[in-house]
Design a protein around this ligand. Structure first.
Ligand code: GLN
Length: 547
């Protein structure tokens, strides 16, 4: 049976619980343990798919089409394992299944209650992650102890230890140790209060990870240890790291993984840690001696978490080239009137990421046009492909008024449309294409060279598609459709051969980028951006050759 680590948070939200959990996952994996992870979210939405990314951050899509919390992106990037929809559970999904069971008569005769029915459902969701092939399941509980919504989750994980036995469970609690400048002291009181809250629910943490901007002194660790009844080795100082990828190394130095293994009865002497890959990654992060400026033109730019995986993916490509990526967040609604050609031309590359709805789309079309005319490297992701197609249709193919039917239902040239509209099927159910789909790349295309293969699989999340009825007219105008679905019906990738790098994908490649294995399309963008930055002649680099 697997062992379980539960990560809770106290004092404040946004302390980096997801990154702490993901870093622990990386450390355990680096000890040869097989790790999986999951996030329990106390909100009532059944999944985050319907939540505004401007408030909640991006929706991370798994291979099986799960629309999940952005923390799953951290998990995948750190532990380098593909997760699935079972790796994210919300209060809404728990209640949906409890209520469905009640209607089916599964609890016949019983009063259905939070304890035991909701807590049992939560425990079942956790238990189903355990398997023969998994040594440790790390479960992050969203929210902060003391929140009303979190109580059933805390109760479920309390019971869990009784169910599976004390040596199979480790509770890790993340808190904040603030520094008060007025008296020059770090304060432990908030930590004491949040541990008291946790204990009032029956959970005694094994580990307290203290977030702070300065190292926690040994004296302070002793105080926390005494007052919170945690051995001193279980008090971990987690200071702000220079890069998120350094966090596993910081936590390892503090002995986090050693101590967690000890509480789980896992003999560390049998499992020496190998952090080689991670250390060389962090060396590459530190070794950036060049800079490229990449503009991200979107509508949620005031909330960069809305594009978290895109930002990480472009940074990963920067690590490979030892290049610092300077991200410029550009509000699509300001293009081109307030952010025009001159401003965009000062960039070395432009990304138009995914998005839904009309707002800002004309600005994105304008940005794609400026990127095309001024030869600025451009990567269009999902909506970013669609706006590039619209722009090329209008300005290279002469299709006046061309648009996506999402933006203009009465456009004379629906170059992007729902599949149903393209095939004239009446039902516009508008279900999303979600999750991993294979695509075949056109041999010899720039994109096939970048991937180094002709069959790829990427994750999707969209309703609209390139309209095949316009394919020939757009190809005649210079567009290359460089990848399609295996049946040839859906255009999945485009490029503009005469341009240094104008590439679009209907998928979301950012979800599959790893810090030590950047995604080819982002490598292509950063390489082209570097060439622009350094005034080199743009030429196609075969990234596959980088190994
Ligand atoms: N709104 C577009 C569609 O549904 C693009 C979606 C996206 O960028 N993820 O097709």
């Amino acid at each position: 049976m697997s062992k379980f680590v539960f990560v809770t948070g106290g004092v404040s939200s946004s302390l980096g619980k997801g990154l702490t959990a993901a870093s622990l996952g990386r450390l355990l994996k680096s000890r040869g343990l097989r790790v999986t992870m999951c996030k329990l979210d106390p909100y009532i939405n059944v999944d985050p798919g319907t939540m505004n990314p401007g408030e909640h951050g991006e929706v991370f899509v798994t291979d099986d089409g799960g629309e999940t919390d952005l923390d799953l992106g951290h998990y995948e990037r750190f532990i380098d394992e593909a997760l699935n929809r079972n790796s994210n559970t919300t209060t809404g999904s728990i209640y949906s299944s409890v209520i469905a069971k009640e209607r089916r008569g599964d609890y016949l005769g019983k009063t259905v209650q939070v304890i035991p029915h909701v807590t049992d459902e939560i425990k079942d969701r956790i238990k189903r992650l355990s398997s023969e092939d998994t040594d440790v399941v790390i479960v992050e509980i969203g929210g902060t102890v003391g929140d009303i919504e979190i109580v059933p989750f805390i109760e479920a994980i309390r019971q869990f230890r009784r169910d599976v036995g004390p040596t199979n469970v480790c509770y890790v609690h993340l808190t904040l140790v603030p520094y008060l400048a007025a008296n020059g002291e770090q304060k432990t009181k908030p930590t004491q209060h949040s541990v008291t809250e946790l204990r009032s629910r029956g959970i005694q943490p094994h580990v307290i990870v203290c977030r702070s901007d300065q190292p926690i002194t040994d004296g302070l660790k002793r105080k926390i240890s005494l007052l919170c009844d945690v051995p001193i080795e279980g008090v971990i100082s987690a200071i702000d790291a220079r890069s998120i990828y350094e966090i596993p190394l910081v936590l390892h130095e503090e002995g986090l993984d050693t101590y967690v293994c000890a509480t789980l009865d896992l003999d560390v002497s049998e499992r020496p840690i190998d952090l080689g890959i991670w250390e060389s990654l962090v060396d590459r992060v530190d070794a950036s001696d060049r800079t490229v400026r990449i503009g991200i033109v979107g509508k949620y730019v005031s909330m960069p978490d809305a594009y978290l995986s895109v930002a990480e993916a472009v940074r990963h490509a920067g690590f490979e080239y030892r290049t610092r990526v300077e991200l410029h967040w550009i509000d699509a609604e300001l293009v081109p009137d307030h952010v025009g050609e001159e401003r965009l031309c000062a960039l070395d590359g432009i990304i138009v990421p995914g998005g839904f709805g009309e707002r800002g789309v004309e600005g994105m079309v304008a940005a794609a046009g400026i990127a095309r005319r001024c030869e600025i490297p451009y990567l269009g992701i999902c909506l970013g492909l669609q706006v590039a197609v619209v722009e090329i249709a209008r300005n290279l193919a002469g299709l006046e008024g061309a648009n996506s039917t999402e933006i203009d239902a009465t456009t004379p040239h629906p170059v992007i449309a729902l599949m149903a509209e393209q095939t004239e099927v009446v039902d516009k159910g508008g279900t999303m294409r979600l999750g991993a789909y294979p695509a075949m790349l056109d041999a010899g295309s720039q994109i096939a060279k970048l991937y180094g293969t002709e069959v790829v699989s990427e994750r999707h999340r969209h309703r609209y598609e390139f309209n095949a009825r316009y394919r020939h007219r757009l190809e005649d105008a210079g567009l290359r459709c460089s990848g399609s679905s295996p049946d040839g019906r859906l255009v999945e990738f485009i490029e503009l051969p005469e341009h240094p790098y104008l590439v679009g994908t209907q998928a979301h490649p950012e979800f599959k980028s790893r810090p030590d294995r950047p995604h080819p399309l982002f490598l292509g963008l950063v390489d082209a951006a570097l060439q622009r930055a350094e005034g080199r002649d743009p030429h196609l680099l075969d990234v596959a050759a980088l190994g």
